[in-house]
Design a protein around this ligand. Structure first.
Ligand SMILES: [Cu+2]
Length: 148
């Protein structure tokens, strides 16, 4: 029968090796949870909007209408990936831009326009339809994106 004989110095060396690995693992684990430096495969938050229209006739038979983004205000988190899906319901085409960004596009009837964006600065950004920006142009077709 063979006996495994360990010297006292070997036992001390093994003990400290295990201790160091243990502390290192614990530190790595804690660090990972305290300071996430990478976020892999984070799914964007999807926010859906539609183009809507108010339409009516005045007492003297005049037709008046107003195009709108709906909802008119959305709130998104700063530094979070966001996907805006804007569905064209009323109105043939709404060319738009988002103030303070280089985002622009057109929402067409029956189609969905997708905008992927991450706002890195807090503030309120206006989503403006260039055709219907004011009341005189059958608007105001402006939505407010609040980044907090
Ligand atoms: Cu419009």
């Amino acid at each position: 029968m063979k006996l495994l004989v360990l010297k006292k110095s070997s036992i001390i060396a093994i003990f400290f090796t295990i201790l160091i690995i243990g502390i290192g693992s614990l530190w790595a684990y804690k660090t990972q949870h305290s300071y996430p430096t990478v976020s892999l495969g984070e799914a964007p938050e999807t926010i859906e909007l539609v183009t809507g229209e108010f339409k009516t006739k005045t007492a003297d038979g005049k037709e008046i209408e107003s195009y709108r983004w709906d909802p008119g205000t959305i709130v998104v988190e700063k530094d979070k990936k966001v996907q805006l899906v804007i569905h064209g319901v009323n109105g043939d085409a709404h060319p738009f831009h988002i103030e303070g960004t280089n985002i622009k596009g057109t929402v067409k009837k029956g189609k969905a326009t997708v905008v992927n964006v991450t706002f890195t600065k807090e503030g309120t950004y206006r989503l403006i339809c260039e055709t219907h920006a004011t009341m005189e142009n059958n608007g105001p077709m402006i939505a407010y994106i609040v980044v907090d």
